[in-house]
Design a binder for this molecule. Sequence first.
Ligand code: 5GP
Ligand code: MG
Length: 179
Amino acid sequence: MTSSRTVNPHLLHTLFRADDIDRRVRELAENIRNDISERPLTVLVVLKGAFVFAADLVRVLGVPLKIEFICVSSYGTATVSSHQTEILLEPKDLSGRFVLVVDDICDTGYTMQCVKKRALELGADSVKTCTLLDKPSRREVDCAVDYAGFVIPDVFVAGYGIDCAGEHRELPDIYVVET
Ligand code: 5GP
Ligand code: MG
């Protein structure tokens, strides 16, 4: 399935097609694999938006790992994230683990900063961060992104696990959404 399928009219245009995403995910996996060789790796997936990306990434990483999930809610409107974050779900313990945080989008950076801090509080030996999409022009806090799939401008996107008002996560491509 590609962008040729009929989609909702408020999905303006395709930003990344499934095959471009697949290629980039494999490149990211190779970079990550080269860095993490011997460590006990835990992939910490930020729900919900990163679930498709993380599922694809771990299957091409080709190294033993554990998977944990964290759910962070930020208070805001459907298309504007806010600074306050609340952790709704988290792993019990990350002690002794090398943690790779995997998120869908790094926008202001508050979510990545919050998750990284929490992973260290839960005992992680060290933490690296990976995001499929990076919007550096929107950054408000200095959160280091170690692995970024695509740098994008300040547009609102959906598809490939990323929602718009709860919809469109199932689409294989990533679209720019009219806001
Ligand atoms: P941050 O805390 O970096 O401002 O926000 C990160 C989160 O905001 C992302 O994980 C994502 O959930 C949400 N977000 C940021 N930009 C977009 C976007 O273009 N589309 C969607 N659906 N969510 C976004
Ligand atoms: Mg998210």
